[in-house]
Design a binder for this molecule. Structure first.
Ligand code: F0G
Length: 460
């Protein structure tokens, strides 16, 4: 028995959850048009929709909530948060925002100067891509090919393809490239980390072509932990040393604090030293998010974030966090269920192209497994595949996603490994009858962001 592997916390407050009957679940998912976004949270037993804003705060964070200073300008909580950001991230300037996409909305227009300019990323998250496109930019994914081969074991599947990155810049011209965005960890590729070596090499290329680097840093601490565990030369460095080194290679940060900030709402922009950009950010944040010392966050939430940022870099916490995802992933691997390997930072990504190959991409194989999982055990996951991707705006045809994932996203400090067992047991049951699974077709399809509001029916 390895006692170090138990949760590094004890539970002080609980929130009851209930498993409604199988008949009720079948009824609820029909009423929801087979779309898990339309389910009521109270009809869900274990909710693995997202790790965003769903974490459990610590007693110290709740104490911070009581101490929050709600002053409109110059709040004490702002200065406490500034100190945490400075100590952990190391950048000179920072502005709070209401969440990650708020940060993107303020920063990106200041960096994309011309319509059609390219933003080069390993793999953009949806809102990041959307904000780039809203500002007239074009988001380009340049992640390594290995990321698309779910069976291939590669320690850093979030890495940039450096040759592709440099070829792209040379091909289009550096003046057509707005900036480089490094997403840590790379959510869309399966919560996969980016190595320090790769970040350093991206920085070298950025310097060669005078391009700025922005980190999309929602899961920055998880990325640092993977570097410590998987990259030579980092095993004896502290998590904060690794974080500081990562960010040293960049110029700016956008952060959704709802993940590694372990708060329910919040975000930020940090700027290493560029005073001019900081001044622009500070002026733009006022009409969009709020006065620069609150930027869309209440004082109490800034106080909770100031504490959360310090807790997330604790190694005991990160060990527990990554172990839990690994635990769920390993249970699935043990019976041969195909998942993105190695297991990533915040979720287990089930490869549904391989899980139910009989379902074509335009009948959404991962949605089929997702619906079945709710019916089986009241567990809510999320489809990250062709259902999410949508249609080609020119031809109106369904686009085919390179990967059809069911994402089982684990909230921070919320569920125990016993909950993970329920999820694994349920998925193993479905795996046994996978040949029977059928795809879906639309009964209602909205024009934009269909994933959230579409209604479906089973293909007969
Ligand atoms: N960047 C990444 C890598 C993200 O995963 C997210 C959100 C955002 C930016 C946007 O941040 O939600 O605070 O506005 N990801 C969530 C998810 C929604 O479920 O993966 P936000």
């Amino acid at each position: 028995m390895d006692y170090r592997k138990a949760e590094p916390f004890k539970i002080k407050m609980v929130e009851p959850i209930k498993l409604i009957s199988k008949e009720e679940r079948e009824q609820k998912i029909i009423e929801a048009g087979y779309n898990q976004f339309a389910l009521k949270a109270e009809d869900i037993y274990i909710d693995l929709l997202t790790d965003s804003g769903t974490g459990a705060m610590s007693d110290r964070q709740w104490a911070g909530i009581m101490m929050g200073d709600e002053s409109y300008a110059g709040s004490r909580s702002f200065y406490n948060l500034e100190k945490s950001v400075h100590d952990i991230i190391g950048y000179k300037y920072f502005v709070p925002t209401h969440q990650g996409r708020g940060a993107e909305n303020v920063l990106f227009p200041l960096l994309i100067h011309n319509k059609g300019d390219y933003v080069l990323g390993n793999m953009h998250f949806d809102t990041t891509k959307a904000h780039i496109e809203l500002k007239g930019g074009v988001a380009v994914n340049l992640v390594i090919e290995d990321a698309f081969d779910t069976e291939k074991e590669h320690p850093f599947k979030g890495n940039f393809d450096l040759v592709a990155l440099e070829n792209f810049i040379n091909g289009k011209g550096a003046d057509k490239c707005a900036f480089i965005i490094v997403t840590i960890t790379c959510n869309s590729a399966g919560g996969q980390p980016v190595s320090m070596e790769n970040i350093k090499a991206v920085k070298k290329i950025a310097d060669k072509y005078s391009l700025k680097i922005v980190f999309d840093s929602a899961r920055f601490a998880e990325n640092a932990y993977f570097i410590k565990k998987r990259e030579n030369g980092y095993e004896n460095k502290s998590i904060t040393e690794i974080i500081k080194e990562m960010f040293e290679y960049g110029d700016m940060i956008t952060m959704s604090a709802k993940k590694d900030g372990i708060v329910n709402m919040g975000g930020l922009i940090a700027i290493k030293e560029d005073e001019k950009i900081y001044e622009q950010v500070r002026s733009m944040v006022v009409p969009i998010e709020g006065f620069p010392t609150y930027g869309g966050m209440s004082g109490r939430d800034m106080e909770a974030l100031a504490v959360g940022l310090r807790e997330v870099v604790e190694e005991d916490y990160l060990e527990y966090r990554i172990d839990q995802i690994e635990y769920l992933g390993q249970r699935l691997i043990d019976v041969g269920i195909p998942i993105q390997r190695p297991v990533g930072g915040h979720a287990v990504f089930v490869d549904c192209k391989k899980f139910c190959p009989q379902i074509p991409f335009n009948q959404f194989p991962a949605q089929a497994v997702c619906v079945e999982l709710y019916k089986e055990a009241g567990v809510r996951g999320v489809e990250i595949g062709s259902f999410l991707l949508g249609r080609d705006p020119e031809t109106g045809e369904n686009l085919e996603s390179p990967m059809e994932f069911l994402r089982l996203t684990i909230p921070r400090r919320v569920y125990t490994n016993r909950h993970m067992d329920v999820v694994a047991d349920a998925l193993i049951e479905i795996w046994k009858r996978r040949d029977m699974l059928k795809g879906f077709e639309f009964t209602y399809e909205p024009e934009v962001l269909r994933h959230f509001t579409a209604k479906l029916k089973s293909v007969r």
